[in-house]
Design a protein around this ligand. Structure first.
Ligand SMILES: Nc1ncnc2c1ncn2[C@@H]1O[C@H](COP(=O)(O)OP(=O)(O)OP(=O)(O)O)[C@@H](O)[C@H]1O
Ligand SMILES: [Mg+2]
Length: 237
């Protein structure tokens, strides 16, 4: 098991927004977390990353307890986080944005080959043609690609990605989907929050559907396909 989250409870002030979340990601898996607005999907990723501090629970990553670990340390142990807000440096070139993703230190060794500019450009041809463009000159989809690519430069074993296709044109949604499938095939495990059920079903090995503050369904896309009532309960379909 690469990541095991068990009985996670997170609060914002008095508000109990994660009430006993449990989920796992196996090495090599692409797992999707779905659910309606405000159910706690982003908070789940933030809790794993250490951007918000859960009150109780367990988060085990590669055999190490990481609950309560601050985000910069979580990054060092091999977890990459791509937030909903596309965080690029608008006044730096694409290449410089990518180089800033490199992490030094003993944990910088990810799975298989290290990510280099060359390897990134192989997987993201869309960025290659724009290497000397500045961040602000990119389209929303290209900025999303750049955020994912920059995070990969830190050689994470697990990527946490929050709604990467949100607000993108259909062609770009497909590009992002395909790039994530390729990255996963290259050995990077992925826990993905995705709004678009079609995209999620096309990518995921396993899915978790969240209701308010809890996980309501866990299974494969095939298992979910047999349960239309579950889809109706937890998703907008
Ligand atoms: N910083 C915060 N302070 C207080 N409440 C928050 C904060 N962030 C989120 N919340 C609340 O916590 C709950 C879970 O929010 P979260 O962002 O995790 O949901 P989500 O499933 O990612 O929703 P969306 O699909 O809209 O992104 C919501 O009720 C939200 O209003
Ligand atoms: Mg969210």
């Amino acid at each position: 098991m690469l990541l095991e989250v068990k009985d996670l409870n997170t609060y914002y002030g008095e508000s109990h927004v994660l009430q006993g979340i449990s989920l796992t990601v196996e090495k090599g898996e692409l797992v999707c977390l779905l659910g309606r607005n405000g159910m706690g999907k982003s908070t789940t990723l933030k809790s794993i990353m250490g951007l918000v501090k859960p009150k109780s629970g367990l988060i085990n990553f590669k055999g190490e307890q990481i609950l309560g670990m601050p985000a910069h340390k979580t990054a060092r142990v091999g977890i990459g986080y791509v937030p909903e807000t596309r965080e690029i440096f608008p006044n730096l070139t694409v290449t410089d944005n990518l180089l800033l993703g490199i992490k030094k230190g003993k944990y910088s060794k990810g799975v298989g080959k290290d990510w280099t500019l060359e390897r990134i450009y192989e997987h993201f041809p869309i960025l290659k043609t724009r290497g000397s463009n500045k961040g602000f000159q990119l389209s929303g989809g290209e900025q999303q690609m750049l955020t994912i690519a920059r995070t990969l430069m830190g050689n994470p074993e697990l990527l946490l990605i929050d709604e990467p296709t949100e607000g993108l044109a259909p062609v770009m949604v497909e590009e992002v989907r395909d790039v994530l499938i390729e990255i996963n095939k290259a050995g990077v495990s992925i826990l993905l929050v995705e709004h678009n059920i079609k995209v999620a079903l096309a990518m995921a090995h396993r899915l978790y559907l969240m209701g308010k503050a809890h996980v309501g369904f866990e299974g494969t896309p095939e298992e979910l396909a047999k349960k239309p009532e579950i889809k109706r309960q937890y998703l907008e379909v």
